[in-house]
Design a protein around this ligand. Sequence first.
Ligand SMILES: *[C@@H]1O[C@H](CO)[C@@H](O)[C@H](O)[C@H]1NC(C)=O
Ligand SMILES: *[C@@H]1O[C@H](CO)[C@@H](O)[C@H](O)[C@H]1NC(C)=O
Ligand SMILES: *[C@@H]1O[C@H](CO)[C@@H](O)[C@H](O)[C@H]1NC(C)=O
Ligand SMILES: *[C@@H]1O[C@H](CO)[C@@H](O)[C@H](O)[C@H]1NC(C)=O
Ligand SMILES: *[C@@H]1O[C@H](CO)[C@@H](O)[C@H](O)[C@H]1NC(C)=O
Ligand SMILES: *[C@@H]1O[C@H](CO)[C@@H](O)[C@H](O)[C@H]1NC(C)=O
Ligand SMILES: *[C@@H]1O[C@H](CO)[C@@H](O)[C@H](O)[C@H]1NC(C)=O
Ligand SMILES: *[C@@H]1O[C@H](CO)[C@@H](O)[C@H](O)[C@H]1NC(C)=O
Ligand SMILES: *[C@@H]1O[C@H](CO)[C@@H](O)[C@H](O)[C@H]1NC(C)=O
Length: 551
Amino acid sequence: MRLARLLVNLSGVLVAQSTATFNSDAAFFAARSDKPKSACSICAFRGLLPKNASVVSAIQVEAGGSYGEGPANVAYPINATELPELCAVTISVRSSKTTFYRFGMFLPVDWNERFLAVGNGGLAGGINWADMGYGTRYGHAVISTDTGHNSTAWDVTWAFRSEDKRKDWGYRAMEGSVKLGKQLVEAYYQKKIQFSYYSGTSTGGRQGLKEIQLHADSFDGALLGAPAWWVSHLSSSGSYWKSINLPLGAPHSIPVSSLKTIADEVMRQCDEVDGVKDGIISDTNGCKFDVNALACDKSCANTNANASACLVPAQIDTLKTIYSNYSINGSLIYPGMELSSELMWPSSVVSDQPPVNGYINYFLLDDPDWIWEQYNDSLVAMAIERDPGNSTPDDYAAMGEFAKRGGKMIMFHGWADGLIVPKSSLLLREFIANATADESELDNWFRLFMAPGMQHSRGTAVGAPWYIAGAGQTRGRPGPRELDNPKHNGLLALMDWVEKGTSVDQIIATSFKNDSDPAAGFLRQRPWCVYPKKQLFKGGDEKKAENWECT
Ligand SMILES: *[C@@H]1O[C@H](CO)[C@@H](O)[C@H](O)[C@H]1NC(C)=O
Ligand SMILES: *[C@@H]1O[C@H](CO)[C@@H](O)[C@H](O)[C@H]1NC(C)=O
Ligand SMILES: *[C@@H]1O[C@H](CO)[C@@H](O)[C@H](O)[C@H]1NC(C)=O
Ligand SMILES: *[C@@H]1O[C@H](CO)[C@@H](O)[C@H](O)[C@H]1NC(C)=O
Ligand SMILES: *[C@@H]1O[C@H](CO)[C@@H](O)[C@H](O)[C@H]1NC(C)=O
Ligand SMILES: *[C@@H]1O[C@H](CO)[C@@H](O)[C@H](O)[C@H]1NC(C)=O
Ligand SMILES: *[C@@H]1O[C@H](CO)[C@@H](O)[C@H](O)[C@H]1NC(C)=O
Ligand SMILES: *[C@@H]1O[C@H](CO)[C@@H](O)[C@H](O)[C@H]1NC(C)=O
Ligand SMILES: *[C@@H]1O[C@H](CO)[C@@H](O)[C@H](O)[C@H]1NC(C)=O
């Protein structure tokens, strides 16, 4: 059937075929007539590859179908579903004598002449088919790389004694996949790519920044959420942050069971600083939080703290340290945890699980026996000096080139992110501004949107709006159709900015009655504002976007 249709196409007769899996009022979905000019087969791609690459598979997916590797892909076991008709391709590329990476491509039959690369998360090794599905439903040809290893997001052991694998994860797999992926897309459709995009959150945000710093012309636009960009600082100091509260059970250590009480007290003191009592803390900086309200001593101001979860003086000191910046010899290593991020601390500071510690074991020292008690400041200095895998995108000046070419970047970060501290995005913004131009010029191509109450790149514990169709937010399924427009969808907003010059002044984010099931209906909508602007409540129903403005 597929072959028959292609023969018709090659003879010059365009078959008007409606895959009709996606509909939107946005103009760029209207004209899609760029049918592939070659078949979806291993042979079709084999002839297009350099010697160091090979085709693993090329599989035709029918409209409405799904694709992925299922549980065999430990990083991304979720298949992309409800796909348009497309060709799903996997390519393997040798990156050194001992290493290789794979990348996947979704090549939709109805192609809109756009290219999209999506990123990964944490240390995840696997092709991110789920996020590829999100972009290809708009008609984009989409790629994702496994970054050169197979692992879950928290597993670092693969990096042991292999600078080549670290480099593949750090930048090489993305760099090579974007370059070869673009060539294959153009060869497959026999047509030039009109616009190229990137979408990624967390490590995905870092990967996008790194690729743009290496090659200013890789993308015309990038949508980056909560980028885990400052790797050498963030990952090396991960052990510092945990060490504050270790060993668990010690008098100074705060148990996980107290976090809810701490979060509730932060809410009690900070919620209304922004003028609205809605269970969402919008102005974490404006809140002068009194930690002592959590003290067990009832003669203090404390009236609200749960008596069985109150903190003794040593724990109060621990809490203060967690909220404070980590500096060495006067230079900032990493900003302190943000108020309102407490419920995420089991992933970062209040835990004896060693996910991030693995960086010191397997990236820095190649010593599996190293334990957190041996932590000292010089390890951070070593990490900054060596940056194993060259993964840290700190060549801020290089981004001036991206801006000069007309590139646009939308970044977003949740204020309640307890994994990647939101202030690290403010810092990045400042580093970029200082290295490229000044703040006013920054606005022409780089915009940061801070999201009150959102946790790490998606989700919320307080009903705060978080969904803008960012990477990882749809989990392989299409998002709600009524949000597929540039007002509510970060990627579509970015495309309008790049292609039509429509600057993005706000993005309306959404939360759902059941955040795991968008079909359950909306809970809240609110605009995210271009930093440093803030949301201002105008009165009326706080759950409706029109009652807020950016000022
Ligand atoms: C995912 O897709 C692959 C390939 O299409 C298929 O073999 C596998 O059964 C699917 N797995 C799940 C869990 O849907
Ligand atoms: C693979 O070969 C191509 C063409 O020779 C080259 O440009 C590319 O850098 C190579 N890729 C890797 C990962 O070595
Ligand atoms: C990752 O797993 C796939 C099978 O799912 C395998 O083909 C590939 O070789 C593995 N990659 C590495 C780097 O081991
Ligand atoms: C008080 O804290 C304890 C554990 O620290 C918890 O089990 C309990 O549910 C909390 N009570 C309230 C009313 O929050
Ligand atoms: C902590 O670091 C941030 C930068 O992330 C800076 O703005 C702030 O002033 C620092 N706080 C203190 C108390 O030094
Ligand atoms: C810091 O830790 C490293 C690794 O354990 C060790 O080699 C080094 O001697 C330590 N430095 C100091 C100043 O203690
Ligand atoms: C901090 O400064 C002291 C004194 O100059 C120096 O010995 C030490 O190595 C510095 N620490 C780091 C981590 O750079
Ligand atoms: C940016 O430059 C200003 C002015 O030189 C300086 O005060 C500020 O510390 C710099 N910010 C960062 C993050 O380096
Ligand atoms: C929310 O949706 C998920 C996924 O459909 C479902 O498993 C869960 O039961 C729902 N929760 C509630 C409270 O309805």
